[in-house]
Design a protein around this ligand. Structure first.
Ligand code: ADP
Length: 622
């Protein structure tokens, strides 16, 4: 019926305004009618009563005038009589035109007639007095005129009471009418209110139906089903909105099917994959602001993706040690990053071991635009490793005592302390002694490694001089070097700060490196042990002119039991544990150990932190 929503709303308002007009009109008409009734009641009946009272007063004065005429003053009596006669007639005429009640007209006619008679009787009284004297006139007054006077008074009293009665009846009727009017108005109000309520409900529902339909469609759309069209049930503004909405969903569907849509789907899939990874994962931008975190990360760190997105890592996960690991790894080369740093974090009562693996996120032009941090849960591996280390430790420990007595026994026998040996026996015992020493070396190395890995090894860290450590380390090797005509030297700068280290442990590391260098350096070669300062570390190196190590083994040689050439003879317990022990010791000192090599030889480097006080003075001087 109405094309626009505005028209529809105006229509409902118009209906309400019309209803208000009707109710208002009915109320005004009823009030007017009540007013009319009240006026009839007050004015007409009251007027008749008033007139009757005035006529009563006038007739009484006329009566007095007659008595005055008879007794005192003839002329004054006549005058008073006519004067009041005229007044009577004046009130009578008003009453004649104000007849409202049944029977009132008859009474008024009768009154007129009786008053005429009364006036005539006064003329007769005058004649009577003139002719027959005053006594006859008095007798005439008493016998005739006074009766007439009484009749008039009675008629006036009847008119008065008739109107008074009418007035009371009118009041009752008026009250009845008022009650009727009030009831009628209540009824009309109720009908209008209920009707208005039902009508507006009906029209509102009718007008809002397209909105409800549109809302339902939008909800389905939000749930991800883009193939939705809203039903267009009206051609008003909402109808236009629904068809525009349909255009939009068509375009969205087309967009979803387009290349960008594919990209978006791809992105959503990637996000879903990230979320499904069971280990915590964070994507950070170059400023360490959080771009994405997965569910496992939310749960482990008790954070919320929405709240933490765009905030700095430390604002969300307040763990400085963890942040240092991540930021250091981010600075490192890709090769170092892939190694992962192990950290122990608390989850409630449990200790969880994570290997923090940091990977660069690069754009199409290979620019780093952020990093992905994966908290690879290695708690199970750690536990297994611990069982293995404990096992090796126990076994090695159990081997040590019987092995000592075996080697001591073979030593005594081969030294011929308990009797002479023939050549064949000497040969056998020499071989037994060598194997015993090899086994003792292996057991000692295994015990040392297990102690280091399980944290049982005690480190007596103190501020110690690098020069002393190097000198002590080299002492046992000069003889061996001389035998091979190898130049064994060291160089430490004149001003070399002290380092925080357990000197015995560092001596052990240098021993191992120099012993390897001597082993793999041909005669007349050179071995140089050096120390330099780099940032807050002393970097020590052992350089040789040996055969060098292929780059692909630079990492592997630090693994347990790894040897580049398996067929190389094992002597003195050299079973590929020396460098593993060295790495454990250096890492326990918060340092690093690595190898560089060429065909001219190898260099093994390791770092030890400079003693804090010494470091402060270096910083002040520089
Ligand atoms: P080993 O006890 O066999 O010396 P290490 O752990 O000390 O075990 O060394 C592991 C391996 O690394 C050695 O077997 C050797 O192949 C290689 N290597 C170590 N130092 C050198 C070096 N200075 N020159 C060449 N190869 C070396």
């Amino acid at each position: 019926m109405f094309k626009t929503l505005k028209g529809k709303i105006t229509f409902i308002y118009s209906l309400l305004v019309a209803a208000m007009f009707i109710i208002g009109g009915i109320s005004i008409w009823n009030l007017h009618s009540l007013n009319q009734s009240m006026e009839g009641l007050m004015v007409n009946n009251y007027k008749s009563i008033d007139m009757a009272n005035r006529m009563s007063e006038a007739i009484e004065r006329q009566d007095s005038a007659m008595l005055m005429y008879l007794s005192i003053d003839k002329t004054a009596g006549i005058e008073l009589f006519h004067e009041n006669g005229n007044l009577f007639l004046k009130w009578f005429r008003i009453e004649e035109t104000n007849i409202t009640e049944a029977g009132e007209k008859e009474l008024v006619d009768k009154l007129g007639f009786q008053h005429q008679t009364y006036s005539k009787l006064f003329s007769e009284l005058q004649e009577n007095k003139n002719i027959k004297g005053v006594n006859s006139a008095i007798a005439f007054y008493n016998e005739t005129i006074h009766n007439n006077f009484k009749i008039i008074k009675t008629i006036l009293a009847d008119i008065d009471s008739l109107n008074e009665k009418a007035m009371f009846m009118g009041r009752a009727k008026l009250m009845e009418k008022t009650a009727r009017t009030v009831n009628a108005l209540i009824l009309i109000f109720s009908i209008t209110i209920i009707g208005g309520f039902l009508l507006s409900g009906y029209f509102t529902d009718m007008f809002l139906r397209p909105v409800y339909l549109l809302t339902e469609t939008i909800k389905k759309l939000r749930a991800g089903d883009l193939n939705q069209q809203a039903e267009v049930v009206s051609d008003d503004e909402i109808g236009v909105l629904a068809s525009e909405f349909n255009n939009m969903t068509r375009r969205l569907l087309a967009f979803e099917k387009s290349a960008i849509g594919d990209l978006m789907n791809e992105r959503n899939r990637s996000v879903a994959i990230v979320h499904s990874i069971s280990d915590p994962l964070i994507v950070l931008d170059n400023n360490f602001k959080i771009v994405l975190i997965n569910k496992a990360c939310e749960n482990f760190f008790d954070i919320d993706e929405e709240k933490s997105s765009g905030r700095h890592f430390l604002e969300t996960i307040r763990n400085g040690e963890l942040f240092d690991i991540i930021s250091n790894a981010a600075k490192n080369s890709d090769k170092d990053k892939s190694k992962g740093t192990i950290i122990q974090l608390k989850s409630g009562e449990k200790n969880i071991f994570f290997s923090i693996i940091v990977t660069d996120v690069k754009d199409s032009e290979s620019n780093t635009i952020g990093i992905v941090v994966l908290f690879y849960n290695i708690t199970d591996f750690k536990n297994l490793e611990k069982i293995k280390t404990d096992f090796i430790y126990v076994i090695s420990h159990e081997f040590k005592t019987p092995l000592t007595s075996i080697t001591m026994g073979t030593s005594l026998l081969s030294d011929e302390s308990v009797g002479p040996l023939n050549a064949k026996q000497r040969e056998i015992f020499a071989a037994l002694k060598e194997d015993g020493e090899k086994l003792t070396g292996l057991v000692n190395s295994l015990l040392e490694l297990s102690r280091l890995e399980s944290g049982k090894s005690v480190f007596n860290i103190s501020a110690c001089g690098v020069s002393d450590i190097i000198q002590n380390s080299l002492k046992p090797f000069y003889e061996q070097a001389r035998a091979k005509k190898i130049r064994l030297a060291y160089h430490v700068p004149e001003i070399m700060p002290k380092v925080d280290a357990d000197p015995d442990k560092i001596v052990c590391v240098i021993n191992n490196l120099v012993s390897n260098a001597l082993k793999y350096t041909p005669d007349e070669g050179e071995i140089l042990v050096k120390s330099v300062i780099e940032n807050s570390y002393a970097v020590l190196s052992v350089k040789d002119t040996g055969k060098g190590i292929d780059e692909k083994y630079h990492e592997k040689i630090f693994e347990r039991f790894f040897r580049v050439n398996e067929e190389e003879g094992e002597s003195g317990g050299n079973v590929g544990l020396g460098l593993s022990i060295a790495r454990e010791i250096i890492e326990a000192h918060h340092g690093k150990i690595w190898c560089e090599s060429s065909k001219h030889g190898s260099v093994f480097y390791f770092t030890i932190p400079i003693h804090r006080i010494e470091l402060n003075s270096i910083e002040k001087n520089s």
